[in-house]
Structure formats: C-alpha cells, structure tokens
Design a protein around this ligand. Structure first.
Ligand SMILES: Cc1cc2nc3c(=O)[nH]c(=O)nc-3n(C[C@H](O)[C@H](O)[C@H](O)COP(=O)(O)O)c2cc1C
Length: 380
C-alpha cells in the first residue's frame, strides 16, 4: 500500500492537532458591516470546512476601527464583532477543522476602496456611496503612492494604543472560539510598513536599523503571546521579501523569525510583497507555481521553525511535493479554494487517500460512494 501522503497526515502545533496540512489562507471578503461578519462569511467559510481543509483562516480582522483596509473589513475590536464570529467558529469546529483568525492593522494602506470599486484610495465615487475616507497611521508621513492619503507618523502613544489593541483583539478572538491566531505582519500593512526601510524613515527607537524597524513587530508579538494561551498556536505572516530594490530581504526575514521564535511564535507563514500599491496578489514581477515556497524553505531551514508555504499552490501533487521536500510543514491555498472550496477533498481523491469518500460530510459521502459505483458500472 502506498504511504499515507504527508498532506493528509495530522500535525500537532502547540496543543492543537490539525487533521491534515491543508490551510485556507486568510482572505478578506470586504463584506462586513461595521466590522461585523454576516451570512456571507458564514457560507463562505463553512464551505471550506465542508471541503476538508484542516486549518481555516478567517480573513484579516482589524484590531481597531482605523486599522481597517476598507469599510467592508471584518473587525475584532468590539465584543459584538467577536460574538458574530461564534456561529462560524462553531461550524468549522463541528466539521473537524480548526478555526483560525488573522488579526491586523492596515496602517498606511487603510481607507482603501473595496477591490471591485477600484482597489485604490477612496475617491469621490466612494464618498457618493457613503464610503468616506478616514485619517490613517503609519511609521512615517509617506503615502503609498501619488494620490494616496498621507499617514500621520505614529507617536509613542499611538504605538502603545495599537499594541494594546492587538492584545485585546487576541483575547476577543479566544472568546469568539478561534483555536489559532495569526498576526498579520505582511503585505505593506502596519507591522510590515514598520519593518521595511521603504516605508519606515523614522529615526527614533522604532526605526533606523533593522532592530529598530523590528521593534513594533516584536512588541506586538510579545503582548499577543501573553494574551493568547500558550497551548494554542500562534502564527506570524511575513512578507518574506518586499521584492523592491532597497527593501526588506529574505535574510531580514530569517533574523525576524528567530526573534519571533524566542517570543513563542509557532509558525511563520511565508508570503511576500504588498508594500506597493499593486498589493500582494497583483505585484509585478515573475511568478509561477509555488513561487514563494523557497522563502518557506529558507526560513524553516535557518530557524528550525515550522513554516507555511503559500502562493500559487495549485495541485495535490504540488502540495505534497512541498511537504515531502521539507520546504514547509503546511501548505495554504487562497484563490484555489475560491475556485474549488472542496479542493482538499479532491486532493485526497487525487492522491488516492479517500476512495470511499469516508472523509466527506456523511450527508454527501453516502451519495458519492454510490455515484462512483454507478459511474464505474457505466464505464465512465
Ligand atoms: C480575496 C482575497 C483576499 C485576501 N485577503 C488576505 C488577508 O485577509 N490577509 C492576508 O494575509 N492575505 C490575504 N490575501 C492573500 C492570500 O491569503 C494568499 O496569500 C494569496 O492569495 C496567495 O495564495 P493563492 O495563490 O493560493 O491565492 C487575499 C487573497 C485573496 C484572493
């Protein structure tokens, strides 16, 4: 009998056991109202639980109102927002998957249009729609691009307030039923904008050399780790590289990951880019299947930390190769899951692990077994 694929082998992180190593990458839906998630989020995320992913990241949820990317972002800065997540986390857990949340602050990329309205800074058409721009924060008073809002360079009080907001958000995430939490430290949002010399031009203790630029990321992680139970996994998403000359590089990510490890981070989620107006999924440059996997491999090898690979991981075989090669401990899918929420179940089929549809929800599996038999009889 063929060996059990790694993709479908359980993995323990801290005290939580994932049933397999397929992760749904966090994906904003820009469809919340006042940060409160609704039926759309329930249907969207429930489909991934039915689809068999082991760990399901709910979208980047803002730790404060000004930290939203768009008016439609989910939030976790109020008890009402936390309560709205509960129905979703209960369903995910009920299907045997682990519900996870990504918490973040958009920094100088706050106050943007929802993607389908332009994906740029809010303008007149958005104002007419009722989506008004709001004042934004960043490490320095440097706009993302021409025509974008100029952030206010954060002072010490702003930094303490936002750091506390991350810790409060972590506590609320626990109340909401999440069992894993990720700090969003990537894609040009607040934490990454402090890390990168492209966006951080400060000359106080939160800027300057790499250790100054890392300080916010490390302080946020310390306070979140204190607020988030030790037995529950803590992930940190990095932009492994800015991909812009003079920007944050892979060596910097390795150094950061070592510091994060000392502060109790369990997994580094290895994305890249985003510190430019194009965003992380649209950034220019050559990309192909698994283009970010080498970052996960380097960080894993040089830090001994678990890593999560993400970005154009398309097939079951490719995902299995990523794990077999030792590049990562987990593979995350984003757009593939939008295209096929049942991607994990189909991957199991492709790798020959679930010929009798035993892993499927029984409401579906019972029928699919019979469908398979009927198709076989028909020679199809
Ligand atoms: C609709 C959508 C929303 C996204 N929202 C987030 C987010 O909330 N947080 C984040 O870190 N990345 C976000 N991303 C990036 C994905 O998590 C993922 O890293 C990226 O899509 C690459 O993986 P893929 O090639 O499998 O789609 C988003 C991507 C998409 C397509």
């Amino acid at each position: 009998m063929a060996a059990q694929p790694l993709l479908f082998t359980a993995l323990q992180i801290a005290e939580v056991t994932l049933p397999n190593r397929i992760v749904i990458s966090p994906m904003c839906q820009y469809s919340a109202e006042d940060g409160v998630v609704n039926d759309w989020h329930f249907a969207h995320l429930s489909s991934f639980a039915m689809g068999g992913a082991g760990l399901i990241f709910c979208e980047a949820s803002a730790v404060s109102e000004e930290g939203r990317i768009t008016h439609g972002d989910a939030g976790i800065w109020t008890a009402e927002q936390a309560a709205a997540w509960r129905r979703i986390t209960d369903f995910i857990s009920g299907q045997g998957a682990v519900p996870a949340i990504q918490i973040g602050h958009a920094g100088r990329k706050a106050s943007m249009q929802r993607p389908w309205y332009g994906n740029g800074p809010l303008g007149e058409a958005d104002t007419a729609r009722g989506d008004l721009a709001w004042p934004i924060l960043g490490p320095s008073d440097l706009a993302m691009d021409d025509g974008w809002l100029v952030p206010t360079a954060m002072d010490g009080d702003d930094i303490s307030r936002v750091t506390r907001a991350f810790a409060e958000a972590a506590k609320r995430s626990l109340d909401a039923g999440f069992q894993a939490l990720e700090i969003h430290g990537a894609h040009g949002y607040l934490i990454q904008s402090f890390l990168s010399p492209i966006s951080n031009r400060r000359n106080d203790g939160y800027g300057g050399d790499r250790s100054g630029r890392m300080r916010l990321a490390l302080e946020v992680t310390e306070t979140v780790r204190e607020a988030w139970p030790a037995e529950l996994p803590l992930f940190f998403r990095v932009s492994s590289v800015d991909g812009i000359e003079g920007g944050w590089e892979l060596d910097d990510s390795v150094v950061l990951a070592r510091e994060l490890k000392e502060r109790g981070v369990d997994v580094i989620d290895c994305s890249s880019g985003g510190n430019s107006p194009q965003g992380a999924t649209n950034a220019p440059g050559k990309r192909g299947p698994g283009f970010q996997v080498p970052y996960a491999a380097a960080i894993r090898e040089q830090t001994g930390l678990m890593t999560q690979a993400v970005g154009l991981i398309l097939s079951a075989e490719q995902a299995e190769d990523v794990l077999q090669s030792g590049a990562a401990d987990l593979v995350a899918i984003g757009r593939e899951a939008l295209h096929d929420p049942f991607w994990p179940r189909h991957a199991a089929e492709a790798l020959g692990c679930d010929p009798e549809f035993d892993g499927w929800p029984h409401q579906y599996g019972w029928w699919l077994t019979r469908r398979a038999r009927a198709l076989k009889t028909m020679g199809l």
